[in-house]
Ligand binder design. Sequence first.
Ligand code: SF4
Ligand code: SF4
Length: 180
Amino acid sequence: MQTLTNRSKPVNRKPMTWLEKLYVWNIAKGMAVTFIHIFKRKATISYPEQKRSFSKVFRGLHILNRDEEGRERCTACGLCAVACPAEAITMEAAERQKGEEHLYREEKYAAKYEINMLRCIFCGLCEEACPKDAIYLSQTFAPANYGRAGFIYGKENLLIPNPKEDPEGFNKARGERVMS
Ligand code: SF4
Ligand code: SF4
């Protein structure tokens, strides 16, 4: 019979002997494969007790950055939302009032800032578009959730700790990807 690749093998339809029907040899072969793998390096880890470190260029969950004095950097210019190909970012701008200079760096700030993590494709374009170094993609990822609403991240989830109140949390949240 002519074949396309010459790789086909004829099926052996010979009836099995009583020794073959015991499958002892095949079980032994299978156990040998299992035994060999006991001594090989494991491909899996015991997550969440053990965690793999990410690549330096890994782009995970977003953070809204503060400056060294703890003021919010975002000025609600909307450039990140315009740059976002997934239309995942929405915001509402507000004007800074007298006496709020210690809270917001610019005269305008984001009263509401939301990212829909179900839409986000973690491309990093929002980070690149931001002129104020206000948004970064960190090296953590969005935890699992039971409902869709749990993946809408507001300012309360995105804004990093104030360095004056929690310097350790501030540095940890900024991670290695934040430039300033
Ligand atoms: S990472 Fe990409 S998809 Fe996600 S919010 Fe930013 S620009 Fe949009
Ligand atoms: S995060 Fe940056 S680009 Fe987006 S609104 Fe704020 S300042 Fe503008």
